[in-house]
Design a binder for this molecule. Sequence first.
Ligand SMILES: Nc1nc2c(c(=O)[nH]1)N[C@H]1C(S)=C(S)[C@@H](COP(=O)(O)O)O[C@H]1N2
Ligand SMILES: [Mo]
Length: 570
Amino acid sequence: MKQKHKPGLRAGLLVGLLLAPPLMALLYLADRVLGLPFLPFDLFDWMARILPGAVISFGINLMVTIIATFNLGETSSTAKAAEQLMGLGLFLALTTAAAAIFFALLGRFWQRAQVPWMAGAALGLALALPLLLISQSVNVTATADPLLGLGWVLLALVLWGLTAAWLYHRLDRAPAPAAADPPAAEESAPAVEVSAPPAAAYVLDRRQFLIRVGGAAATITVFGAGLGSLLGRDEAVLPTLVSSIDGDDFASGLPNAGDPLIPAPGTRPEYTPLDRHYRIDISLRPPVIEEESWVLPFTGLVENPLEFTLSQLREEFEAVERYITISCISNRVGGDLISTTKWTGARMQEVLARVRPTSAARALKITAGDGFDEYLSLDMIANDDRIMLAYAWDDQPLLTRHGFPLRVYIPDLYGMKQPKWITGIEAVPSHEPGYWVRRGWSPTANVKPTSVVDTVATDHVYEEDGQFYVPVGGIAHSGAKGISRVEVSVDDGPWEEARLRTPLSDTTWVIWRYDWPFAEGSHRFSVRCYDGSGQLQETEEGVQRPNGYKDAQVGIHSRTANLLPLETES
Ligand SMILES: Nc1nc2c(c(=O)[nH]1)N[C@H]1C(S)=C(S)[C@@H](COP(=O)(O)O)O[C@H]1N2
Ligand SMILES: [Mo]
C-alpha cells in the first residue's frame, strides 16, 4: 500500500458533488408525492427576495436578452426553467462547499479510526437550520403539515451529513490507487457492480470506491427524480374554447367575429390559448391554495369588515366578463410577455360598497399567498368600474400559476401592479410602494403604447388588379387607452396607414394589417402606433427612466423579410 494523504478539500468537493444530486432527487420526490418543501427552490426564491432591486433587474434583463438573442423559446416559461436550474445549481454549490469544508476540517482534526458520526450529524444540522428558516419564510408550495416538513428536512440533511462522514472514513481507510493499475481500465468499468459482494468494497482503492459511490448516487437520482415526476400531479388545462385566429383558421365565437379584416397570416392569435398565456411571478413555483380553506378577509379602515368565500364572490356579485390584454413591464419591444384572455370577476366598486371604507381610508393593500403585495388607491377604484376581483380566466377557474383563486384587474397598468393569489385586502390610510416598486420599478406602471410586426407573410403574396401584395401584420397595444392608428414604414420610407381589426374589447390589443405592393429583395418593415387620444408611441429605443426608476422598454419594432422573385407565367 502506498503512502497517502488524508482526504481533504478536493475529496470533499468531489463527495459534495456526488451527494448533491441524490439529495435533491429525494427532496424532489418527497415534494411531489407528499407536498414537503423543496429546499433548492426555496433557496433561490429567498435570494430573489433579499438581493437588491438593481441586481434583480439586471438579472431579469440579462435573462430576457439571452432568451431573445438565442431564440430559446417562449420567454416566461424558458426564464422560469432557467431560474429553476439556477436554484438547483445554487443548492449544489452550497452543499458541495459545505462538504468540502467538512472534509478539510476532518483532515486536520480527526485522527481516530472510527467514522466521525457526530461531526456528520452536526454538519447536517448546521445546514438544515438556516435552510429551514429560509424555507419557512418563502415556501408557498408545501402542502404537508409544517411539523412534518421540519422533521423531513432535518432527517434528509442529517442523513446527508452522516453519509458524508461515512464516505470520509471510507476514503481515509481505502488504499490509494495502485500505480500499476491502468487508469483506462478503471474508468471503463461499469459504474455499479451490483453483483459484487459488499466485503470487496474494502479492498477497492479510492478511485474505484468513488466510482461505486457515483453509480449509487446516479441510481438514486434517476430513481427519485423519475418517480417524482411520474407520481406528481400536474394541473389540467381545459382546452381553450375559442382558439387561434390565424389566416384561414378563423375562430367564431369572439365578440368581433364579424369583422371583415382577416389578420395577415402569421399574426399571433388574437385570443391567446390559455396554455400559452405568459406567466411571471416571484417564486419558482406558484403558491398552492386550496379552495376549501381559502377566504378573503377584507379588513382595515372599513365599517363592515367581512370575509368572503370564493362562492360568495361568484354568487353575491354580478359576474363581469371582459376581454383583457395584460403585459409585463419587463416585456421587450416585440416580446412575448403579453397575452389576451377573457377575465370574469366581481366589480371592486361593488365589493367596496359591502365593506364601506371609512373616510380615513385612501388605498387598499392587497396581499398575496407568495408574499407579494400592491396598493390600489380608492380614488382609482371610484373612477373605474372595470377594476375587478377576477376568479375565472377563459371561462374556467384561474389556473394555479395564474393566481387561483383570486386576482385583481386594474386597467392600463402593467402586470406588476396586479396581484395574483390574493389572500387579503386591507383598507389603509395611505398608498405605499408595492413589491416591485420597492425594488425600483415604476410607481405608476402605466402601460405604454407599443406595436409589433408579427409577420411579413412572404408565402401569402397575392395578386389584385395586376398588382402583387404581401400581407404584413401584428398587434398594437396601449393598456386601456385604445389604439387610434397604426402606421407602417418600409425601408425607412413614408409612414403609411395600416387597417385595424375591431379589438375584442377596449382593454385588449388591436390586430393591424397592411398589404404592401410587392417588390423583390430584402425589405425592412417598421411599425408605430397612436393611442386612443392620438398620442404617438415612444419611438426612441430604450428604457424610459424618469427619476431613476425602471420602466418598460419602448421603441419601434421592425422585421426584415427577403422577398424572392415571383414566378411569372410565360
Ligand atoms: N402574487 C403575485 N402576483 C403577481 C406577480 C407575483 O409575482 N406574485 N407577478 C406580477 C407580474 S410582474 C405580472 S407581469 C403578472 C403576470 O400575470 P400572469 O403570470 O398570470 O400572466 O402577475 C403579477 N401578479
Ligand atoms: Mo411583470
